[in-house]
Ligand binder design. Structure first.
Ligand code: TPP
Ligand code: SF4
Ligand code: MG
Length: 292
């Protein structure tokens, strides 16, 4: 059996026929095949939205949590078992809106997880409201006069906050996206990919709009150049670069710092603490109260 098939889930798919989310799902299966991963080695974490349904359609460990709260759950899973390949799959509304604070604070902490954000510039599941990535002036179902503010530039915020792997992919370039996902999972530290995922039902921009603008970063593009990377994050309305915008040397990891006095192994595999040790600790830290 091909590794791609090992990840096949029996769940009934709820996406619209033809949604580019299917292409992202295929890219993940191919990426895991290339990485030689088995379902038990992977844990996907998501919130709520069309994008956040993706882990249902992969046979692996997954946690489907509250809207916007995938990041803290993923950090917890990763802290307990850093040997799992932990991946957050989320949408622009889920991760940049409701859960934006969690993503922002994860950048400096640098957990060794991958965050893939399906960016369709809309809250698709809840019927087409504007999201934090909607272009200023564009209309949505409850913004009939157009959005009044500029979209958030999360890629720039990631670079500014020392994220060591920042990329943009496009669902219409599945091979290229698979390469990015493989690189992201291999990267040590937080790897963050914004994936352009046109929504074909709410008719935001037709797929042609993206096709005209998306281009791959050239081979001689220097992804270690922070200033150049910041400039690339500003390109959107006329041209949209895809590829690894910024990648720099790995740095101190969340789980290593967090667990340096405990163990490198999954916490579920260490011996439970004895009653005697608990009582000694309580007596040490609560002088005046005697535990026995
Ligand atoms: C606390 C909370 N607030 C709001 C909602 C309603 N809600 C569900 S999904 C969603 C937006 C999802 O947008 P996005 O992450 O971009 O996913 P998409 O459907 O576009 O893939 C909202 C507002 C909710 N489920 N829970
Ligand atoms: S509403 Fe849009 S994003 Fe959601 S499944 Fe349909 S095409 Fe995809
Ligand atoms: Mg969305």
């Amino acid at each position: 059996m091909k590794n791609e098939d090992i990840f096949k889930s029996e769940a009934e798919n709820q996406w619209c026929p033809g949604c580019p989310n299917f292409a992202i799902l295929r890219a993940w299966k191919k990426a895991f095949e290339r990485l030689g991963k088995s379902p038990h080695e992977v844990c996907m974490v998501s919130g709520i939205g069309q994008a956040a349904k993706l882990p249902h359609y992969l046979k692996c460990n997954y946690f489907n949590g509250l809207h916007g709260r995938a990041m803290p759950v993923a950090l917890g899973i990763h802290a307990v078992n850093p040997h799992l390949t932990t991946v957050v799959v989320t949408g622009d509304g889920d991760c940049y809106g409701e859960g934006g604070n969690h993503l922002l604070h994860a950048f400096p902490r640098n957990p060794n997880i991958t965050v893939a954000v399906h960016n369709n510039e809309i809250y698709a599941l809840t019927k087409g409201q504007a999201s934090p990535t909607t272009i200023k002036g564009e209309t949505r179902t409850i913004q009939p006069k157009g959005v009044e503010v500029n979209p958030i530039n999360m890629l720039a915020l990631a670079i500014m906050n020392d994220c060591t792997f920042v990329a943009r992919g496009y669902a219409g370039e599945t091979g290229h996206l698979t390469d990015l996902l493989v690189e992201a999972v291999r990267h040590e530290g937080l790897s963050y990919i914004d994936i352009i995922q046109p929504c074909i039902t709410w008719d935001i921009h037709p797929v042609e709009w993206y096709k005209k603008r998306v281009y791959k970063l050239e081979n001689d593009y220097d992804s270690e150049n922070r200033e150049a990377a910041l400039d690339k994050t500003k390109e959107w309305s006329e041209s949209i670069p895809i590829g690894i915008l910024y990648r720099t040397a790995p740095r101190s990891l969340f789980a290593e710092r967090f667990r340096k006095d405990v163990t490198a192994e999954p916490l579920t595999e260490i011996e439970p603490v004895s009653r005697k040790t608990i009582i000694e600790t309580m007596n040490k830290y609560m002088p005046g109260v005697v535990f026995s």
